[in-house]
Design a protein around this ligand. Structure first.
Ligand code: NAP
Length: 289
């Protein structure tokens, strides 16, 4: 067996072409240019790179972006004030607060201050709740991108046993909820989980989101499984060890070029959707759910 490569880079590229056309059509129809506001607090180089990648992606599809850089000493109140301004800015249809923020900031309070209709990164408690209940909401961008990738490659989810390693609010938890909504049987693992290897060995679908290089070992994974690696570490290493997997699993995401490009794609796709909904709600206030 040679694993199907779940090529997020190629899929994101083709979806960007569609998004570019859709943005043009939206503006030709009288819509304002969709604008994503990105907020970076502090000067962490990785976070700065991630934000720049999102700004670049906006430009590639013809969207605008508003980059807000705040000093590492920013307080919760100052950040809340900035988010409030963006919530009330009619030119902005999506707000991204880059995670993590400096530790003196109450990140949850700031995420939750983002207006639900502009929560294109799916970070608010309300957005999570709606998504988990199967109601309309922008899901968290990384798991949303993973779901798009799995769907594109016709990976069967219904009835399968998915094991998600990691339970963070932006990745593991929403990933588990999305897979559950797609009728998978889901096991969520975390740092207190016992018998990790035995649980992973049961998985038809493995999602690695632990933030530690190759913590998940190749020999835990059964033949024929689908392997999704959300991690990225120096040297192109993910959260899942890949030794020998290519020859015996059904499908896997490369690192890099798998989950990362799909995260950005989900974000900009949500931003266009938000622009379309906000436009509708301006013209016909009762037509948006
Ligand atoms: P995080 O907030 O640090 O969460 C890590 C999770 O892994 C936690 O739930 C933690 O459990 C669990 N964990 C840690 N050590 C473990 C162990 N030994 N056994 C089992 N579980 C363990 O990380 P995150 O933000 O979710 O990110 C996870 C990974 O995805 C990282 O590699 C990150 O770089 C990557 N990521 C990629 C993208 C992308 O766009 N490609 C976006 C976001 C994140 P506890 O809850 O018990 O502490």
């Amino acid at each position: 067996m040679s694993a199907l490569i779940l090529d997020g880079k190629a899929l994101a590229k083709s979806r960007e072409q569609q998004l570019h056309a859709a943005v043009k059509k939206f503006q030709d129809g009288g819509g304002l240019q969709p604008v994503l506001a990105t907020i970076l607090v502090g000067d962490d180089p990785s976070s700065a790179t991630y934000v720049q990648m999102k700004v670049n992606a906006c430009a590639r599809v013809g969207m605008g972006s508003r980059f807000i850089s705040l000093p590492a000493s920013t307080t919760t109140d100052q950040l809340l004030e900035k988010i409030d301004q963006l919530n009330n800015d009619t030119e902005v249809c999506g707000i991204l607060l880059q995670h993590p923020v400096p530790e003196q900031i109450d990140e949850r309070a700031c995420f939750d201050a983002i207006a639900i209709e502009k929560d294109v990164d799916g970070v608010t408690t309300q957005g999570f709740g709606l998504m988990a209940m199967g109601e309309p909401a922008f899901g968290s961008a990384t798991p949303a991108g993973i779901m798009t990738l799995l769907k594109h490659y016709d990976v069967e989810i219904s009835g399968k046993h998915a094991v998600v390693l990691g339970r963070s609010p932006i990745l593991g938890k929403p990933m588990a909820a999305m897979l559950l909504n797609a009728n998978a049987t889901v096991t969520i693992c975390h740092s207190r989980t016992q018998n990790l290897a035995a649980l992973v060995a049961q998985a038809d679908i493995v999602v690695g989101a632990v933030g530690q290089p190759e913590l998940i070992k190749a020999d835990w994974i059964k033949d024929g499984a689908v392997v999704v690696d959300a991690g990225y570490h120096a040297g192109g290493v993910g959260d899942i060890e890949k030794t020998g997997l290519q020859e015996r699993v059904a499908a896997l995401t490369p690192v890099p070029g798998g989950v990362g490009p799909m995260t950005i794609n989900a974000l900009i796709s949500h931003t266009l959707e938000s622009a379309q909904r906000l436009e509708l709600s301006t013209v016909h206030p009762n037509t948006v759910e």
